[in-house]
Design a protein around this ligand. Structure first.
Ligand code: AMP
Length: 188
């Protein structure tokens, strides 16, 4: 199965990504995790990425597309994968479609977690306390949400048009949300 897990920051993507990875797919590909690892390792990519991440802006498309191109070629993706945090722009989605088409493959399902803004803000501020993520300060969070609404949310129409969008209510407990996701994935 080839999946995209989609949703605003604070929608519970990370938690549900782990649930899905444990039950359905071989490769869990999180661009956010890959970038944070690059920052931690002090690589050139990390230094570049950090300047965007700290402001809640998106890392440029060509950089992210290059990372995904390399990652998707690795052997563990052959049995299926889940993209978590990618694509985030129409250009990224188009590049992904091209990459998959070249292998006669396509995305089976885009699971979109739907959570209202008030709940998102509460969850992110809570996470900031627990994890101390540098991009969870209030200003940066606000910017990440507006970047999401402007640049990423339009992807829902893109995937709706492709007939693969599944909107899932992201409110409720972790188990409740995962049950709704499972209901979608059993039909894929
Ligand atoms: P995440 O953990 O998915 O919320 O990603 C954290 C940050 O990494 C984002 O706010 C962006 O700055 C950057 N990032 C992650 N994935 C992407 C992507 N697909 N395109 C551009 N920037 C990204």
């Amino acid at each position: 199965m080839r999946l995209i897990l989609f949703g605003p920051p604070g929608a519970g993507k990370g938690t549900q990504a782990n649930n899905i990875a444990n039950n359905y797919v071989a490769a869990h590909i999180s661009t956010g995790d890959m970038l944070r690892a690059a920052v931690k390792n002090g690589t050139e990519l990390g230094a570049l990425a950090k300047s965007y991440m700290d402001k809640g802006e998106l890392v440029p498309d060509n950089v992210i597309i290059g990372i995904i191109k390399d990652r998707i070629k690795e052997g563990d993706t052959k049995k299926g994968f889940m993209l978590d945090g990618f694509p985030r722009t129409i250009a990224q989605a188009e590049a992904l479609s091209e990459m998959l088409e070249a292998e006669n493959e396509s995305i089976d399902s885009v699971v979109s977690l739907e959570v209202n803004d008030e709940e998102i803000t509460n969850r992110i501020l809570q996470r900031a306390k627990i994890e101390g993520r540098e991009d969870d300060t209030e200003d940066v969070v606000r910017n990440r949400l507006s970047v999401y609404r402007n640049q990423t949310e339009p992807l829902k129409d893109y995937y709706r048009g492709a007939g693969v969008l599944a909107e899932v209510d992201g409110m409720g407990t972790i188990d409740e949300v995962f049950q709704r996701i499972q209901a979608v994935l059993t039909k894929v």
